[in-house]
Design a protein around this ligand. Structure first.
Ligand SMILES: CC(C)(COP(=O)(O)OP(=O)(O)OC[C@H]1O[C@@H](n2cnc3c(N)ncnc32)[C@H](O)[C@@H]1OP(=O)(O)O)[C@@H](O)C(=O)NCCC(=O)NCCS
Length: 140
């Protein structure tokens, strides 16, 4: 992901997130995190943002253009994240996901992630709060 990718990344982000990251948040992440885009025919169709701290990787954000979901792009992005985590000798990839997001949870389970616990009332929703499911994948 580069600065010129940010408008396209934000178009996807705004379509898929209840509380979308701002362009500034993505821009700040470019220097600090591993920020990947998936491209198809020269168009940005998805992205992932990963934070590395010591031997831990945390998947902070991942999304695919809603019109191109269910075609394997999310899995390609996630596999790349896992690959990069292994290459950086991380031991574990962590993530948090809304408890209602069955699609994402299925994707993570298929990639080998396990549920580690819940953060109660973690995410805002239109009708209050919802739990976060904490998941982890050992990669060493
Ligand atoms: C989660 C997300 C990134 C998955 O991207 P995607 O490109 O649709 O995922 P894939 O096509 O690679 O699907 C991978 C697996 O996810 C699961 N999956 C995908 N769509 C699904 C659906 N509609 N219902 C149930 N499972 C589904 C399946 O296990 C699928 O494996 P399969 O292709 O063998 O059936 C995408 O749905 C998205 O951007 N969602 C909105 C943002 C979001 O929720 N991000 C995660 C925040 S933690």
């Amino acid at each position: 992901m580069t600065t010129t990718d940010l408008p396209a990344v934000c178009v996807i982000e705004k379509q898929v997130q209840y509380a979308p990251w701002t362009e500034k948040l993505f821009a700040d992440g470019l220097d600090r995190h591993l920020c990947l885009v998936a491209e198809q025919d020269g168009q940005i169709v998805g992205f992932a943002v990963v934070q590395f701290v010591l031997d831990e990787a945390s998947l902070l954000n991942i999304a695919v253009d809603p019109q191109l979901q269910k075609q394997g792009i999310g899995r390609v992005l996630l596999d790349e994240v896992i690959h990069r985590a292994m290459a950086k000798q991380a031991t574990t990839v962590f993530l948090e996901v809304r408890a209602s997001n069955r699609r994402a949870i299925t994707l993570y389970q298929m990639a080998g992630f396990n549920e580690m616990g819940l953060r109660k009332n973690y995410y805002p929703t239109s009708h209050g709060k919802e739990d976060a499911v904490m998941m982890a994948l050992m990669v060493f």
